[in-house]
Design a protein around this ligand. Structure first.
Ligand SMILES: Cc1cc2nc3c(=O)[nH]c(=O)nc-3n(C[C@H](O)[C@H](O)[C@H](O)COP(=O)(O)OP(=O)(O)OC[C@H]3O[C@@H](n4cnc5c(N)ncnc54)[C@H](O)[C@@H]3O)c2cc1C
Length: 451
């Protein structure tokens, strides 16, 4: 039961991704098992099935029900860590052909993304980023104050400038992962929902099976795309994946006419047009770091990220502290696992943060005045210490691969991340060099880079 009911009369607090039926029966064997049916697991299954690989995707709840249906829906290329830029450009290319590939609607539209700059230091930050990104031939460019005014008619505010990428896009979070999972099924993948994976069996030191709540699937290759659950899953197998959770709140408005077309982020607000004519709105740069027992265990690993991002974070100790304290960190595979206890992470949205965003948006773009808030929700973002995902094998456990830790930017690069994971597994020429994204960077003394 994940519906929290309404926090305001008529306002739902749980997004509803398009439903995806589960295949029946558990196969005895698969070439690859993917754990987690968010955008990353679904895209990995699609890319593997496209290569003719026999793949089973196991999702403990519903496809896309966690982060992948709760995000802003931005598919941006600008402002990314250098390790993600090429992946974001490849993702942009894949998104453009994805509806045709999956024979479904992901909601992707390449209608541009702009980040507005209110201060000289923001301008300097993006100018420096653009300088570094030039070698990748990004189409992002700096806009002057006049150019911003021309791009965003109807704004009451003048900005110093902005960074604009006309080819970047947006997609529909409640549609994309379901469409991709269905597309994977058309290509031969088996999709199992309500099917938690409790853990891995090993033979002679390598993966030999997954144990699910309904039985065992023999396999020698497993991809964990478990979002915010990945640390817990890994920990049960003695693998220390550093990962913490940050809560982001979002709302959906009724349809509004006359809003500029690109997705726009400015101080205190961000909006994206939806296929239904409404807008997904959030408060740019205001998220809540949940203080949980892992916050203390991982404190020193996260110091550089905290130093870089503390201004955008609120810290709160809430009910998750106790629930995570009570969650077992080790369990046997023949009894229910924590993944069966909490089917869908469904935190409460922060009304205060959202209220401030709506107020700011109405002040800056009066066209939003009178738009109704139809839904609001929150999602738990899984963040690594260097705020970049892990995509690759775990050297200590042959046959086990990670595609996780997308740190608040995995939706836009999801299709390319899935393709990269499939390339790594099959030994094909990888979409990009995966070395900078390897798991072992957290422990092999690599320099700790934060964009
Ligand atoms: C508020 C918010 C705004 C965001 N905005 C953007 C944005 O605009 N653009 C962008 O690119 N990114 C954005 N993100 C980040 C993006 O949503 C995530 O990076 C991305 O969805 C991660 O996908 P995932 O598949 O790794 O994780 P998830 O979507 O969380 O999926 C993981 C899945 O694994 C399943 N699972 C876990 N353990 C098990 C198990 N043992 N057995 C079976 N199933 C299991 C879970 O049930 C879950 O469905 C945002 C995130 C949030 C929360």
């Amino acid at each position: 039961m994940i519906d929290h009911g309404s926090i305001r009369s008529g306002v739902s607090t749980t997004p509803r991704p398009d439903p995806v039926d589960s295949d029946r029966g558990l196969p005895d064997r698969a070439a690859v098992v993917v754990i987690g049916g968010g955008i990353i697991g679904s895209s990995t299954a699609l890319a593997l099935a496209d290569k003719g690989i026999d793949v089973v995707l196991c999702e403990k709840g519903a496809i896309g029900a966690e982060q992948s249906s709760r995000n802003w829906g931005w598919c941006r290329t600008q402002g990314r860590d250098p390790r993600e830029i090429q992946l974001s450009l490849e993702a942009n290319r894949i998104w453009r052909g994805l509806n045709a590939k999956v024979q479904g609607e992901t909601g992707f539209r390449a209608e541009g993304v702009v980040y507005l700059c209110s201060t000289e230091s923001e301008l300097a930050y993006y100018e420096a980023w653009l300088e570094k990104a030039r070698i990748y031939q990004v189409d992002a460019r700096m806009l002057s104050s006049e150019e911003v005014a021309k791009l965003l008619p109807g704004a009451t505010c003048r900005w110093l400038g902005g960074i604009y990428s006309p080819s970047a896009g947006r997609a529909e979070p409640q549609k994309a992962a379901p469409a991709i999972a269905n597309g994977a099924r058309h290509l031969g993948a088996t999709i199992l929902t309500g099917c938690a994976v409790r853990g891995l069996e090993k033979t002679a030191g390598r993966v030999s099976a997954v144990v699910t709540e309904t039985g065992r699937i023999a396999t020698d290759t497993v991809v964990l795309a478990g979002g915010a659950w990945s640390r817990l899953f890994c920990g049960n197998h003695g693998i220390d994946l550093p990962q913490l959770k940050v809560r982001g709140s979002v709302m959906r408005t009724s349809a509004v006419d006359g809003v500029p077309v690109p997705s726009v982020a400015g101080r205190g607000f961000a909006f994206r047009r939806r296929l239904d004519g409404g807008y997904t709105v959030a408060n740019r740069g205001w998220s809540v770091a949940e203080i949980v027992p892992d916050s203390f265990r991982l404190f020193f690993k996260y110091m550089p990220a905290l130093r870089a991002q503390w201004k955008d974070l609120g810290f709160r100790i809430g009910e998750r502290f106790l629930s995570e304290l009570r969650t077992p960190r080790h369990w046997s595979l023949d009894s229910p696992s924590p993944f069966e206890t909490e089917r869908t992470l469904d935190p409460r949205p922060d009304e205060h943060i959202l209220g401030a965003a709506k107020k700011r948006l109405e002040a800056v773009f009066p066209v939003f005045t009178g738009a109704k808030v139809l839904d609001q929700w929150a999602g738990l973002i899984d963040v690594t210490p260097d705020v970049v995902p892990v995509i690759g094998p775990v050297a200590a456990l042959p046959g086990f691969y990670l595609a996780t830790g997308f740190s608040g930017h995995g939706f836009g690069i999801g299709p390319a991340a899935g393709q990269l994971m499939a390339d790594i597994i099959t030994g094909g020429r990888p979409l990009i060099d995966p070395k900078p994204l390897r798991f072992e960077r957290f422990s092999d003394g690599s320099p700790f880079l934060i964009n």
